[in-house]
Design a protein around this ligand. Structure first.
Ligand SMILES: Nc1ncnc2c1ncn2[C@@H]1O[C@H](COP(=O)(O)OP(=O)(O)OP(=O)(O)O)[C@@H](O)[C@H]1O
Ligand SMILES: Nc1ncnc2c1ncn2[C@@H]1O[C@H](COP(=O)(O)OP(=O)(O)OP(=O)(O)O)[C@@H](O)[C@H]1O
Ligand SMILES: [Mg+2]
Ligand SMILES: [Mg+2]
Lengths: 261, 261
């Protein structure tokens, strides 16, 4: 049965989508059948893989509107074991309806993710940069949470609040004690070790969050910024680049932690 | 009476906060009395100016809880004519309460911004990366909207949706035709002209959105990434750097457009 992992942040642009796509591809290259579910209204995963929402035949709204399964929505990607489903929000009205359904009919989303567990080895859920309805739904459907931390001060600064919120999430939902997802870990992204800011944040995060900090850090590289231009994961179009190697290492690090449990 | 301008985006991490702080400082250095209102729950402006939410004596929740004015909440900054007010959200419960009040009591926020118009020359509102309650409240309180566009594909790709949403905002609010804020313009941020992605996006944005694209582009520079480390706007700690010069130019460009109207 699949492991379901959500990528979350309260800060924007920290690398959730870039990580979801490259980790998904790295898991797929290591033999997993992978589904990436983009619950962000901005459709980051689909766009990164070369599909604007207008190019997709179906989106997450169909789960409620047409009672279809996640697998039914799953699009193929340039990698044969890697699939993705998108919110496919194409405008403000659709966004409002989608957010309302994610909030009021979370149960259906969770059910559909559960049903998909038999068909995939890993399901990654790419979230928007806040703890609103899509992220809460994703967390309720997840076994694990992964937190990319951009190597800059505003992101590090707000990390405590995010981790505190994830703890609260575990304790109380509707009066029932529900066990929320485990923390897979936090990992540094877009690290430029040659800048004061990069070194400062790397040191501070290691000092404050050492036990939950994964070893792999993802460097800021031009190659990783080019994914949406090519419509492919970096681990496919340039697997030897430092960014791709980081994501291969991160995938290994995460997988070896499952084995330890 | 102040001009009120909101900085908005649907993509995360595109430079709203960095732009709000540097533009605010540039306006202040040119003689304006400036208030920056950070309506994002992440308190970007306060943190960039060296104040975590725990260091502040008051926050936007006090507008509803204690009926205070925005001026009462205004904090001083390293620049004498530059002030800021923050959502001062210190945890998930406070965030939920804040978002609920922004949605249900938007009228009070708008009133308080209107009252502040007599006391400032420019009011900038720094929004979170989506069109939720704080951004809608900001737009309803604003004369103008400024849209930073990170020079990368996902941001450019979702720009059409954002501009479409801003148009819709102008037409229909509660059955009454309300004139929404004018578009001050869109401007490129974090541009690295030496990368394929940077040149591609700059060209595409000029081609697709020429008429609304401001002339000033903000380069990606190490100096601009250091603001939160120093707790000061870049235009103060290094006014000759290319990033600071871009924000001085942007402020001039925006101010000269008021004069043209
Ligand atoms: N390591 C890296 N080096 C260089 N560029 C990167 C790196 N990681 C991500 N990027 C680029 O930075 C931008 C933001 O990354 P991404 O969209 O993955 O963040 P996000 O957290 O999903 O953003 P949002 O909060 O808007 O969903 C993208 O243009 C991406 O191509
Ligand atoms: N021109 C630039 N060059 C280098 N770094 C920059 C530049 N502009 C902003 N940054 C850095 O990029 C990060 C994101 O910028 P910022 O926080 O201003 O974006 P934002 O749109 O406010 O993000 P959010 O959507 O989370 O509110 C910050 O760490 C900031 O210091
Ligand atoms: Mg994303
Ligand atoms: Mg911000």
């Amino acid at each position: 049965s699949a492991r379901v992992i959500s990528l979350v942040s309260r800060k924007g642009g920290v690398g959730k989508t870039t990580s979801a796509v490259n980790l998904g591809a790295a898991f797929a290259l290591s033999g997993h059948t992978v589904l990436i579910v983009g619950v962000d209204p901005q459709c980051g995963v689909a766009r990164t893989l070369g599909c604007g929402p207008e190019d997709l035949d179906g989106g997450l709204l169909d789960l409620w509107d047409h009672d279809v399964s996640l697998t039914h929505l799953a699009q193929t990607s340039p990698l044969k074991n890697l699939f993705f489903a998108s919110s496919r929000v194409r405008g403000l009205e659709e966004e409002e309806r989608y957010l309302a359904l994610m909030a009021s009919r979370t149960d259906l989303f969770i059910q559909q993710v559960d049903r998909a567990r038999d068909l995939y080895d890993t399901i990654l859920i790419d979230c928007p940069p806040h703890l609103g309805a899509p992220t809460r739904a994703a967390l309720q459907a997840s076994d694990g949470v992964l937190v990319p931390v951009q190597a800059e001060e505003l992101c590090r600064d707000s990390l405590g609040t995010l981790l505190g919120a994830l703890d609260t999430f575990n304790e109380a939902r509707g009066g029932e004690v529900v066990v929320g997802p485990e923390l897979e870990g936090i990992f540094l992204t877009m690290l430029n070790e040659r800048t004061k800011m990069g070194r400062h944040v790397a040191a501070k995060v290691a000092e404050e969050f050492g036990p939950i900090l994964l070893d792999t850090t993802v460097p800021r590289t031009t190659r990783l910024s080019e994914m949406a231009l090519r419509g492919k994961p970096s681990v496919i179009y340039d697997r030897r680049s430092s960014g791709s190697r980081a994501y291969f290492n991160l995938a290994d690090e995460i997988m070896s932690r499952y084995c330890e449990r």
